[in-house]
Design a protein around this ligand. Sequence first.
Ligand SMILES: C[S@@+](CC[C@H](N)C(=O)[O-])C[C@H]1O[C@@H](n2cnc3c(N)ncnc32)[C@H](O)[C@@H]1O
Length: 270
Amino acid sequence: MGGIRPLVDHYGATYGEFSSQLYADVRREAFGEDIGQTGWLTSDEQDLLISWLELEAGSRLLDVACGSGGPTLRVAFKTGCSVTGVDLHHEGVSAARDQAKAQGLEDRASFMQGDASQRMQFEDASFDALICVDAINHLPDRERVLREWHRLLKPGGRLVFTDPITVTGPINDEEMRIRSSIGFFLFVPRGVNEALLEKAGFRVREVADRTDNMSRMARRWWEARESRADDLRGVEGTETFEGQQIFFEVAARLAEERRLSRFAFASEVA
Ligand SMILES: C[S@@+](CC[C@H](N)C(=O)[O-])C[C@H]1O[C@@H](n2cnc3c(N)ncnc32)[C@H](O)[C@@H]1O
């Protein structure tokens, strides 16, 4: 991520042990339903995002920064579409491939390692829809990223993404440092996404405030991990465990106080 090493290896710790019982138990307790998510997505929220994507059997979906691929495969299962997932993290992609095989979805699901902040290897107009959940904040140049997504979509193609790093109140340096301690983070004020979407050639159809999901999930994730602190310390080491707990605590507080908000956007190629 921009060549800068994260202070807390959140994704490394998460994906390294993704399929273990301990981590599945944490996700189940935090999210209610374990769909293999790594951000603030819940299954009911994903159903809303799926409805915005307007997919059918035969449609092609690109999931940018797909993580472990659990949510990507759920879209393939629910809609009958074909999915391609890209993530920077090798262990996330590897977990995604294992899951596709385990769920018998290999013929409609492929996963590859790649850096979504760069031009991607796909031809122009390769996809009917593109989704990116809780990851656009890790990509440095928002305008360039949106133009690249526009290139990858067919005319009329749908783009759905969440931005969990929208500044909607005062945040001090310590809070900002901890909230971004897991890698590269782009903080943007409200309105920037809408303006850049239009500039990149999209028509904005929906903007929904989904901060509640982030505040609830961050708090519940912290609690689920805290109640298994000894086991998690054994797997992650004390420094990583405590760094992650502080990250979740600050993420929960900033969202509860509506100082950092999370918005979901649905748009289409104009
Ligand atoms: C909060 S997780 C969300 C994962 C998944 N979308 C989900 O909802 O479960 C953010 C993901 O962004 C990925 N990521 C960060 N920088 C990236 C980049 N430059 N290119 C591709 N993926 C990236 C991380 O590896 C991580 O899997």
